[in-house]
Ligand binder design. Structure first.
Ligand SMILES: NC(=O)c1ccc[n+]([C@@H]2O[C@H](COP(=O)([O-])OP(=O)(O)OC[C@H]3O[C@@H](n4cnc5c(N)ncnc54)[C@H](O)[C@@H]3O)[C@@H](O)[C@H]2O)c1
Length: 222
């Protein structure tokens, strides 16, 4: 599958690289030109065990590329994962400027049905906000979903490649099926995909969740 990842910090770089390692064609987009140029040359700006080797292998095998050109990346993809930073603003709330800008850019650049999958950590209500914001930005159908990231720095590759569970916030069957397919190589048979509605009430799971999971993932997206 052709995938764009927007925001190539810790989460975006690990996610994009692992998606490429599992056989997808991944274009990674960031507004930081220096960062992108370094990555194009196989220089990884963060230290994470095993990451540089994976980046270099997937670059060489042409499943992974890096660009500052959002439009071209999205135009060639069906799914865009948004992994831009959400720093705390003065009032303590997550600053969604980057997420909203990236989502609008993706919607404008989509050339057909497209999924915006938000990986950034965002408050409840963000998916609705994004949906409203982009409503007039594209003549194509755009599904807005949430796939929150739980990786830890230091074991990020392992966490991404062997997650305990994958949480998908979605109301679209088509988007859910595509996101499941993208994550299927990372899931061992007994690990669940938890599908929830956009405001994250537990809607369905591949197997029955225990109550603590319901509590833990009560609000994965907005
Ligand atoms: N780092 C972690 O361990 C971790 C774990 C889980 C979730 N998260 C969440 O994931 C999100 C990303 O975290 P991170 O640590 O990777 O952030 P980061 O600060 O390392 O990277 C964010 C990247 O986004 C880029 N960016 C900002 N605005 C952009 C735009 N409009 N278009 C394209 N690129 C843009 C920046 O240049 C930067 O390279 C945050 O919401 C964070 O809370 C982080």
């Amino acid at each position: 599958m052709n995938i764009a990842v927007v925001g190539i910090g810790y989460v975006g770089l690990v996610s994009g690289t692992c998606f490429a390692e599992s056989g997808n064609e991944v274009i990674c987009v960031d507004i930081d030109r220096e960062r992108i140029e370094a990555l194009q040359n196989g220089h990884v700006p963060i230290y994470e065990p095993g990451l540089e080797e994976l980046v270099r292998r997937n670059l060489k095998e042409r499943r992974l590329s890096f660009t500052t050109e959002l439009e071209a990346a999205v135009g060639q993809s069906m799914v865009s994962f948004i992994a831009v930073g959400t720093p705390m603003s003065a009032d303590g709330a997550a600053d969604l400027t980057g997420v909203l800008a990236a989502a609008t850019g993706v919607a404008r650049a989509a050339t057909g049905y497209h999924i915006i999958a938000i990986k950034s950590t965002v408050p409840v209500g963000t998916n609705d906000r994004v949906r409203e914001l982009i409503a007039q930005s594209s003549r194509h159908r755009i599904d807005v979903c949430s796939v929150p990231e739980f990786l830890k720095e230091g074991s990020a590759i392992e966490d991404f490649m062997r997650p305990d569970r994958v949480v998908i916030g979605s109301t679209s069957e088509q988007a859910t099926a595509i996101l499941r397919e993208i994550h299927s190589p990372f899931l061992r048979t007994d690990n669940p995909v938890l599908v929830m509605d956009p405001r994250s009430n537990l809607a369905s799971t591949q197997r029955s969740p225990c109550p603590s999971l319901r509590d833990q993932f009560a609000q994965p997206d907005g």
